[in-house]
Design a protein around this ligand. Sequence first.
Ligand code: C2E
Ligand code: CA
Ligand code: CA
Ligand code: CA
Length: 277
Amino acid sequence: AKREGRNCWRFYSHDIEESLRTRMALQRSLQHAMETRAFDVYYQPKVDLLTGAIVGAEALVRWRRGDGVLVGPADFIAGTEESGLIVELGLFVLEEACRAAQLWQSCGAGISVAVNVSPRQLTEDTFAGRVSDILERTRLPAGLLQLEITEGTLVNQLEHHRTAMEWLKDHGVLIAIDDFGTGYSSLSYLKRFPIDVLKIDQHFVRNLLVDRSDRAIITAIVQMAQGLGLQLVAEGVEDAGQAETLAALGCRTAQGYFYGRPMPLPAFRQLLESRCP
Ligand code: C2E
Ligand code: CA
Ligand code: CA
Ligand code: CA
């Protein structure tokens, strides 16, 4: 039994070592990707459900790996959070996105850009200052930048984030709650934080046409957003039925494959220009 135990332990330890090695290798690749500018920012349109106009885009990062494979953020964001590389990557995405959005203004003003922010970035004391530097450098009006933060992030380090968020808010940057409805059970933070936008999680949108509780939840979110004076964006809209239902329920803005997949900047500019007045 002793020997079995030892073998067992060895086997286990080997597994841990193996996974540690894999993680370290991933982190080295990501560091190298940062140094060789192998990250790309894609843009997914956000559309006004009543007019069909493009009102903004969400910036979504991709990793162009050495072997040519395009890797989605689900497979590497956690790795960059673990090593702290997300701070540098996040600023890169932010600057790219602001520079892009500044270009879009030539086709009718007011097209905004939304950028995802990790908790790790918000806890850097320099974050708000860096955002302000980037806005200055790119000359993007602060009101056209939305920072997307998940509910969990916000609530976990409440007081720490308040200072940065209030500073950003004072400077005109908009704050959006990402994946709304999935992260936290108490809504009281909506009152305590300077929030501008709620993004209804795609989970609620997916079965909107067949699931009565999803429909009820969205109806409640719409009413709450109206009462609190918050903008609403529905995520993950994949077909006309969902779009029509959302509009009928009073949701004004939508994002999803139905309107366009995340695309490289030139493709997004082309899409904008094809609709230029
Ligand atoms: P998210 O912020 O919730 O972004 C929405 C995700 O849903 C994106 O996945 C988008 O491509 C996908 N999506 C959009 N419309 C549809 C649809 O109609 N159907 C379906 N099934 N999916 C749709 P993506 O690009 O793979 O990003 C995954 C997550 O990675 C994001 O979720 C976000 O949390 C994170 N992420 C992406 N870019 C960044 C970044 O620059 N910084 C940080 N910190 N996180 C990022
Ligand atoms: Ca997001
Ligand atoms: Ca989301
Ligand atoms: Ca998400």
